[in-house]
Design a binder for this molecule. Structure first.
Ligand code: DQA
Length: 151
């Protein structure tokens, strides 16, 4: 059994594999792998061990959440559009029972009305939105505090 308590799973949902092709005014123009490198550097500087996952398939996302308690100690979730309607993903996150932070690159509360609803409401420690990649750094800092990790 692992004794580490510093593993942070960073989960991306639908359409993040083509992040560099999405509207740069909302999403910054970086590829997912560039974003993950940045997150990885920030995580390690905080004494955290990042692991990354992305899928375009809702069932795979749910099944990853089922395995999550064996893989990580905390999670950062950007589920993309699923955020706004997938009760299945919210239920699976609830079962996983890990400290989690919801992150969005764009400011979801300043866009379409349907983006204002989040199925993760009440399940996450915080929702960080509209800060671009910096939002992930904030989420990592919050989780480092939660896990008692320091560099
Ligand atoms: C997003 C916001 C969602 O509304 C959208 O569907 C995405 C990306 C963000 O990071 O800003 O796919 O989660």
């Amino acid at each position: 059994m692992s004794t580490t308590t510093n593993r942070v799973a960073v989960l991306h949902g639908v359409n993040f594999n083509i992040l560099e092709r999405r509207d740069p005014s909302f999403y910054g123009g970086k590829s997912l792998s560039e974003l993950e490198h940045q997150i990885s550097d920030w995580a390690r500087a905080l004494g955290l061990e990042p692991i990354f996952f992305q899928t375009n398939h809702e069932g795979e996302f749910v099944e990853y959440l089922h395995r999550l308690p064996d893989l990580g100690d905390a999670a950062i979730i950007n589920a993309g559009a699923w955020t706004h309607y997938s009760r299945a993903i919210a239920d699976a996150l609830d079962v996983a029972g890990l400290p989690a932070v919801e992150v969005h690159l764009s400011d979801v509360d300043a866009r379409d009305d349907w983006r204002k609803l989040s199925v993760f409401d009440g399940l996450v420690l915080a929702k960080i939105s509209g800060k671009g990649a910096e939002g992930y750094r904030e989420a990592l800092e919050l989780l480092a505090g939660e896990l008692g990790s320091s560099a």
